[in-house]
Design a protein around this ligand. Structure first.
Ligand SMILES: NC(=O)C1=CN([C@@H]2O[C@H](COP(=O)(O)OP(=O)(O)OC[C@H]3O[C@@H](n4cnc5c(N)ncnc54)[C@H](O)[C@@H]3O)[C@@H](O)[C@H]2O)C=CC1
Ligand SMILES: O=C(O)[C@H]1O[C@H](OP(=O)(O)OP(=O)(O)OC[C@H]2O[C@@H](n3ccc(=O)[nH]c3=O)[C@H](O)[C@@H]2O)[C@H](O)[C@@H](O)[C@@H]1O
Length: 441
């Protein structure tokens, strides 16, 4: 198949490169010239393990990129992988989705007006929402945006929802080994096209990937259900972890044991300073706001955010118990929202640094890859080249990201004025000579 993907960021580029590797011809469309130029010359525009190799192999060949939407009518289907950020009140901001949908509609309408010998039996163009959008968005917001240019649903285009479940840092592997595929459509032909699209992936897996066939709104909701459940699992283990700490019980030992119950499962039970990233906070806020707009205020999902907000506070309370923060040098180890990425969106390091500065601390921060991104938002704090440099002469240290290299730190703590270590990710070994506190252990 020849597919077009509108939006070539974390999701669009990964999905495009993987589909190209699976044998499809793929064209990504982005408004950012530098992204387009990178892909065309075989360079990945974002950092993801395994992506460099795929873009190097297929970029400029089976994987193309452009800023021009007029390629769309030449392709068999179009995926929208555009951003769906939060507005100030937490609700979803659909401006990029609507703009992209309108441009797709215009491209289809241009083709209709210029093409005199269109095959009357040819399929309407399938437009698939890959981005995470509130249930009913595709039908109620995107279809009218597409149709604005004069093209008609069913006759000229079909729509579907095919949400994405990949994680940053393992996006390529996740995409190629999904736990499930979700096909949300309103008609059989759209479903058939999605099966055709995923056929090479399903073939590789001997057809063992479960496919959920459903309607468009349910597919959209499945994505929020997935993220809300995982975010809530993290908040629940954090809540239980805080209880464990009150009793002097190790929350990790408890989590390992409860994770042995198949009904609970062992993943996403690492308690600590909470979840960040471009999706859990944004999507939990968006689905709460959308539910509230319809008259239901979901207590569990609100609690998920509340627990996430108190974890950085608890980290600092522990620090405050053991050292004097005001006017003293405090090391922040880890700035990325999780290890393996330079992404700092909604990182838990932000509230930690904010509180430290409110208390008058002299903040010294270290991250193996995210420093430059953080510097943009926090130009006034000190950044060091190594964790050892951050710890030297510090009156306390907090661990915010669980980078493996922090596990090897040892003698570096002896250079601190006051070797107080508050670990928000259970990555440092407790030992004599350090005043060590785990957030939930
Ligand atoms: N980042 C992730 O790991 C995951 C993200 N998602 C969802 O996928 C969607 C996309 O997220 P990301 O890829 O992270 O976003 P991103 O911000 O990395 O990429 C979006 C791209 O769209 C481009 N763009 C903006 N307006 C455009 C327009 N009118 N026409 C063409 N290109 C345009 C931007 O230049 C950018 O390159 C969001 O809804 C997100 O919630 C879903 C699963 C995983
Ligand atoms: O919609 C999305 O964008 C994606 O959001 C998450 O992926 P991601 O945010 O990339 O990373 P995760 O590995 O899920 O971690 C999210 C946050 O939870 C935290 N976390 C995770 C697991 C855990 O046990 N404890 C914990 O605190 C991490 O440190 C991180 O800050 C989901 O896992 C993906 O399935 C989804 O596609």
């Amino acid at each position: 198949m020849h597919i077009s993907i509108v939006g070539s960021g974390y999701v669009g580029t990964t999905v495009a490169a993987c589909f190209a590797d699976l044998g499809h011809t793929v064209t990504t469309i982005d408004i950012d010239d530098s992204i387009v130029a990178a892909i065309e010359t075989g360079d990945a525009p974002i950092h993801e393990p395994g992506l460099d190799e795929l873009v190097a192999e297929h970029g400029g060949d089976r994987l193309r990129a452009t800023t021009a939407y007029d390629i769309i009518p030449e392709t068999d289907l179009t995926m929208l992988a555009l951003p769906t950020p939060s507005r100030d009140d937490g609700s979803i901001d659909l401006q990029y989705m609507k703009a992209g949908a309108e441009s797709v509609g215009e491209a289809l309408a241009n083709q209709n007006s210029t093409d005199t010998d269109t095959d009357p039996d040819s399929d309407p163009h399938l437009i698939v929402t890959k981005s995470t959008v509130i249930p009913t968005t595709t039908d109620e917001q995107l279809v009218p945006a597409i149709a604005r240019a004069g093209v008609a649903r069913t006759q000229d285009f079909l729509v579907g929802s095919n949400p994405e479940f990949q994680r940053e840092g393992s996006a390529v592997t996740d995409f190629l080994n999904p736990d499930k595929l979700v096909f949300g459509t309103a008609d059989e032909r759209a479903t058939e096209l999605l099966y055709e699209l995923y056929e090479p992936l399903r073939e590789r897996a001997d057809d063992e990937i479960p496919v959920v066939e459903t309607d468009v709104a349910a597919a959209e909701m499945i994505k929020y259900g997935n993220n809300a459940f995982l975010a809530s699992k993290v908040s629940l283990i954090n809540d239980l972890g805080n209880v464990c700490k009150e009793f002097g019980v190790d929350a990790y030992e408890v989590a390992d044991a409860i994770g042995l119950d198949d009904r609970i499962g062992a993943q996403f039970l690492r308690s600590g300073v909470g979840f960040g990233g471009s999706c859990f906070p944004k999507d939990t806020n968006a689905i709460i706001a959308a539910a509230q707009e319809r008259g239901y205020n979901p207590p569990m999902l609100n609690a998920t955010l509340s627990v996430n907000n108190i974890q950085p506070e608890r980290l600092l309370e522990l620090l405050d118990k053991h050292t004097d923060i005001t006017d003293n040098r405090i090391a922040v180890l880890g700035l990325a929202f999780k290890p393996g990425t330079d992404d700092i969106r909604h990182t838990r390091a932000a509230p930690v640094i904010d509180r430290l500065r409110e208390h008058g601390a002299d903040v010294v921060a270290y991250d193996p890859v995210a420093t430059e991104n953080m510097r943009e938002y926090y130009p006034d704090i000190t950044y060091t080249e190594t964790a050892a440099d951050a710890l030297a002469d510090a009156h306390g240290a907090v661990v915010v990201t669980g980078w493996d290299e922090f596990a090897a730190l040892d003698a570096e703590f002896d250079t601190m004025v006051d070797p107080v270590v508050i670990d928000g990710r259970r990555i440092i070994d407790r030992r004599d000579g350090i005043t060590y506190e785990g957030l939930t252990w």
